[in-house]
Design a protein around this ligand. Structure first.
Ligand SMILES: Nc1nc2c(ncn2[C@@H]2O[C@H](COP(=O)(O)OP(=O)(O)O)[C@@H](O)[C@H]2O)c(=O)[nH]1
Ligand SMILES: [Mg+2]
Ligand SMILES: [Zn+2]
Ligand SMILES: [Zn+2]
Length: 506
């Protein structure tokens, strides 16, 4: 017997099957009918997910790159401190002086390590970063170049050359000491270590240009390491070599010129004479005492190295660094030692010191009592032409452009005017050039000198101070002529009020 439930069961199964199959068939039919739509939807989904994944991946990579850039820059990845430096400069590098580039490389390297091959996708980022760094480097180095050009240009225009008074070599730029730690900075100019200022390893900043006050730092000669107190580069330098035979009177003349300038500077309201270094300090100390008529200058010991007496002469707002080179007489007669005389190549004005009493012809003209009186004052240099010739050769050897028309100025200074006064060879009112040619027999020497130098003038001088302690007026006349090419202000100052009033400077 079968109940209604059994019948129902039998009837339900095909119904259920039907129920399961119909949707399938329907779905199949729909799929067949709408197959292109379905395909399109599936592909769209795939593409959408792919794009999303790519964007997310790129974002992650970008973030990774930016993180590495930030870490490198903030953490000092490529720019750690001053680092080993090819020039051994004790200064931190400016960001443009390497670190910017190192940071770029370091960020790329670190990102590559973190992202493996995916890093290839960051090529545009790297290119953009490199472009920014390149632009920054170009701007920074152009500024460094421009600053150097302005700095050098200003010195050229103002005719400022720097010469070491100790080793006589020209300084391309001085070396400076850090004011805090004393480290030596050899090349402070704008460059890899800073544009306007550089930072010493001790963190003190230093100006990179003389214009910006570098000259106020403690300064050294980069060639001989000696301290240079005269703040090279700030004012024009005037080198004045004195030459002549032993005992001609160079040392005394140097003292005389120094005294005349010091006294003239004291008289002006806004003029000054500031000595630098041992040699100038000695001249300042000795002052008028060294020029007392009875005083005898100690002979300069032979073999002693020539050192310049350096002073800064100020006239109003202008300043001039004067370097007086007083060589021991014998140096000019032995070429072996003349490499020390390199300053001759840097100078354009020279002083030849001549002792008139040493010249045999002059000595013969004196009366017997005059000879007796002056015998002790006579030097042993008999022939000023020898001294002249030796120095002329040296000047020619050191000249930057050998041959050609010689340029320069030569003062032929005939010393001992105070001793010669009233004797048979006293120039009296005779013009100096004529007196030197006719009485002193210097005609040949002067003719040669006129051919060798652009301008030659004879100065009879007395390197003495009067009873009032004032330098002899002849020293002012000489100083004014020597300084004239350096500017009217200095010539007028050197002439001193009395001499200027008498027209002596002209
Ligand atoms: N009275 C006087 N003595 C001078 C003059 N110039 C040099 N002398 C003396 O001449 C000697 C040699 O001078 P010095 O300057 O040492 O000669 P240098 O070897 O050329 O340096 C010293 O005793 C000086 O005092 C001068 O113009 N007047
Ligand atoms: Mg001397
Ligand atoms: Zn030097
Ligand atoms: Zn320092």
């Amino acid at each position: 017997m079968s109940g209604p439930g059994e019948r129902d069961d039998g009837a339900a199964r095909p119904g259920a099957v039907l129920l399961g199959v119909v949707p399938l068939v329907a779905a199949g039919a729909v799929a067949v009918v709408f197959r292109w739509w379905v395909l399109a939807a599936a592909v769209s989904l795939l593409v959408g997910v792919g794009v999303l994944a790519a964007v997310a991946g790129l974002c992650v990579l970008t973030w990774l790159y930016l993180r590495e850039v930030h870490r490198t820059m903030a953490g000092g990845g490529g720019a750690a401190g001053p680092g080993p430096d090819v020039h051994g400069e004790p200064a931190h590098r400016g960001y443009h002086g390497g670190p910017a580039w190192w940071d770029l490389c370091s960020a790329v390297r670190r990102t590559w390590r973190a992202s493996a091959l995916w890093g290839v996708l960051l090529l545009p980022h790297v290119a953009a970063h490199a472009l920014v760094v390149g632009g920054y480097l170009a701007a920074a180095w152009s500024l460094a170049g421009a600053l150097r050009v302005v700095d050098t240009g200003l010195r050229v225009v103002r005719r400022i050359r720097m010469v070491c008074p100790e080793c006589y070599r020209r300084l391309p730029y001085p070396a400076y000491l850090c004011g805090r730690c004393g480290r030596r900075h050899d090349t402070v100019r704008p460059g890899a270590h800073g544009l306007l200022r550089r930072r010493c390893r001790c963190d003190r900043t230093l100006p990179t240009l003389i214009l910006l006050g570098a000259a106020d730092l403690e300064t050294l000669c980069p060639h001989c390491d000696r301290p240079l107190e005269h703040r090279p580069g700030e004012a024009r330098e005037f080198l004045l070599p004195l030459f002549g035979g032993t005992g001609a009177g160079k040392t005394r003349l140097a003292a005389g010129l120094h005294l005349a300038l010091a006294q003239a500077a004291r008289q002006g309201p806004d003029s000054y004479l500031e000595p630098f270094g041992e040699e100038a300090a000695r001249l300042s100390r000795e002052g008028a005492r060294a020029l007392a008529p009875g005083h005898r200058t100690r002979p300069t010991p032979p073999g002693r190295k020539v050192r310049a007496a350096t002073v800064r002469l100020g006239a109003g707002r202008r300043a001039l660094v004067l370097q007086l080179f007083d060589a021991a007489g014998e140096r000019f007669n032995r070429t072996a030692t003349t490499e020390e005389l390199e300053y001759l190549g840097e100078a354009s004005t020279f002083v030849l010191v001549v002792d008139p009493l040493g010249i045999p012809a002059v000595w013969r003209c004196l009366t017997a009592p005059e000879r007796d009186r002056l015998a002790g004052e006579r030097s042993h240099t008999r022939d000023p032409e020898l001294a002249y010739g030796a120095v002329r050769d040296e000047v020619e050897r050191h000249r930057r452009v050998p041959g050609g028309r010689p340029q320069g100025r030569l003062a032929v200074v005939v010393t001992r005017g105070d001793l010669v006064r009233g004797t048979s060879v006293d120039p009296g009112g005779t013009p100096a050039r004529e007196w030197a040619g006719q009485v002193l027999g210097l005609g040949n020497l002067l003719a040669r000198a006129e051919a060798d130098f652009g301008a030659v003038r004879v100065f009879p001088t007395s390197a003495v101070a009067g009873p009032d302690g004032l330098a002899d007026p002849s020293l002012h006349v000489l100083a004014a002529w020597l300084l004239r090419p350096q500017g009217r202000a200095f010539a007028d100052l050197a002439a001193g009020p009395a001499t200027a009033a008498a027209g002596g400077a002209r």
